[in-house]
Design a protein around this ligand. Sequence first.
Ligand code: F6R
Length: 242
Amino acid sequence: MNIIICENYQKASQKSAVIIKKLLKLKPNCKLGLATGSTPIGLYQELIRASDNNEISFKDVQTYNLDEYCNISIDNEQSYYYFMHKNLFHHIYINERNVHIPFARAGYEKEDCMTYNNLLNQNQVDLQVLGIGTNGHIGFNEPNTSFEQETFIVDLDLQTRLDNQRFFGSLEAVPTKAITMGIKNIMNAKHIVLIASGVNKAKTIKRLVEGSISEEFPASILKIHPNVDLIIDADAASELDK
Ligand code: F6R
C-alpha cells in the first residue's frame, strides 16, 4: 500500500481528485468504482469543480457503486442512489445508462446479486474509490466476511448501524440489510484509492497499516493488492507508529 498522509480532509480530497482526474484524462471511457458515506464528498466536490472547468469529462465514463441498502426506494434521501445523484451525478454530464448502482428488491435478492455480480465480472473497474468503516469494513463487507465473497446480501454489523444512525436519526431507522460488492469484486479493480479522515478512523487506520491480514478485519486484504493508494489526513494518521 502506498500511504499518503495529507494535512487535512480538504488536502486528502484534492489528492484523491488528482489521481482520478489523471485517469480520466488518460482513459476518458474508464470504469470508476464509487463509494458513498461522508468521506468521498470532498472528492466529489473536487471532481465537480474540474468538470465545470472542462478539465475532465464524464461523458464516456461508467460508474459502479459499491453498495445500497435493501428495500429502499431511490427517492429516499438515505438511499445511496439518492446520495450519488445529489453529491455527484446531478452536477456533472454523465450518461445515466453508464451509472450502475446495485439494488435488491424484496423477494428477488438472489437474482439481483447475480445480475450485479455478472455486470462486475464483465466490466473490470479501473479505479475503485473506498472509504473504511470503523470496524474495518470495505463496501459493506463486515468483519469475518470471506475474502472470496462476491456480491451478496449482508446483515449489517451493529457497529455499522451505530455509525450510520447519524444519517437516520435513530438506530431503529437504520436498515439491517444491504447489497454489496464482495471483497473479491473489490480486489478485482486495477487500482484502489482508499480515503480516510478524522480521529474516529485513527485506530482503524493503525490496525490496517500495522496489523496482520485477517478476515476479522476486511480491509486488511488490501495489503496484497498490487496497486492501492491509502490517502489519509493527519487525524486519521495520528495513531500510526512514528
Ligand atoms: C459506502 C461504503 C462504506 C463506507 C464506510 C465509511 O459506500 O461502502 O464502506 O465507505 O462505512 O463511511 P464514512 O465515509 O461515512 O465514514
